[in-house]
Unconditional design. Structure first.
Ligand code: CP
Ligand code: NVA
Length: 297
């Protein structure tokens, strides 16, 4: 039984398989194989979503399956039914699950108790489908990411940079995280990951010579109570025209979206890189179809 619970626990060869098959899903769209024929996949979401929800619903449908969207607040999970009971019920009725929630442990427990393929569609610890998509998008435009320099700017301790860390250590590129000390990943996690990963408060040094500048929201879902502090602390860590000048002349600028202009990225820089950023969003569909096919293959 395969799951995609984290990049921390995904092997390099499995990542490469997903990345290598995504291009075919993109170019063959409309003539898809149907590995999910006759299957129903539950999408259990405890947090808001546009891209992840729509790309999984459309992707499951295009692979022959039926998506069943379950807002966690509408099912008994939202009234306190344990995840392991929800998992044992759904595991007897549906064929796979895509889960967006807070605790990583809930996704891990769901996989264990349901006995069906389970996908992490974002937890507080990781956003693996996003980062696989980002790497596909980078490679589609610039070739292999191995040996390249990726600079993450902003809240360096949230799910998106944490998944970047595991990808860097497994796929052999350099990752620089530019963030205030309090927003850097723990030294324990960095030691576990190994690889060429560094953290600094010096945003210009981190961006210098980068092949990819990347950012995410300053206030992740679940952190709304910290909004005022976060917006103040992270304000110097904006991707804007001055920072882009520090990177390589052909550097890509990417953002997982949703974007808050004037906060983590300037309006001008977002619009100048809109083609890349919205291709990145589109590629969620193609990459996740490759993930689903890999899970059931
Ligand atoms: N990037 C991303 O996961 O977007 P959504 O929150 O809209 O799904
Ligand atoms: N770090 C962000 C990602 C949104 C796609 C969050 O968790 O809200």
């Amino acid at each position: 039984m395969k799951h995609l619970l984290s990049l921390e626990n995904m092997s390099t060869s499995d990542m490469e398989q997903v990345l290598n098959t995504t291009a075919a899903f993109k170019s063959n769209r409309g003539h898809d194989v149907k590995p999910l024929a006759g299957q129903t996949w539950a999408l259990i979401f405890s947090k808001s979503s546009t891209r992840t929800r729509v790309s999984f619903e459309v992707g499951i449908h295009e692979l022959g399956g039926r998506p069943l969207f379950l807002n966690a607040g509408d099912i008994q999970l939202g009234r306190g039914e344990p995840i392991k009971d929800t998992a044992r019920v759904l595991g007897r009725m549906v064929h796979g699950a895509v889960i967006r929630t807070f605790a990583q442990q809930d996704v891990d427990d769901f996989a264990r108790y349901s006995g069906i393929p389970t996908v992490n569609a974002l937890t507080d610890d990781e956003h693996p489908c996003q980062i696989l998509t980002d790497i596909f998008t980078f490679q589609e435009k610039r070739g292999s990411i191995r040996g390249k320099v990726v600079t993450f700017v902003g809240d360096g301790a949230c799910n998106v940079p944490l998944s970047w860390i595991w990808a860097a250590s497994k796929l052999g590129f350099e990752l620089r995280i530019a963030a205030p000390k309090a927003y850097q990943p723990s030294s324990d996690l960095l030691a576990r990951a190994g690889g060429r990963i560094s953290c600094t408060e010096d945003v210009n040094a981190a961006a210098s010579g980068a092949d990819l500048l990347y950012t995410d929201v300053f206030v992740s879902m679940g952190k709304e109570a910290e909004s005022a502090d976060r917006l103040k602390d992270l304000a110097p860590y904006q991707i804007n025209a001055a920072l882009v000048k520090q990177a390589k002349p052909d550097a890509l600028v990417m953002h997982c979206l949703p974007a808050y202009r004037g906060k983590e990225i300037s309006e001008e820089t977002l619009e100048a890189n809109a083609d890349t950023i919205f291709t990145e969003a589109e590629n969620r569909l193609h990459t996740q179809k490759a993930i689903l096919a890999w899970l059931v293959g």
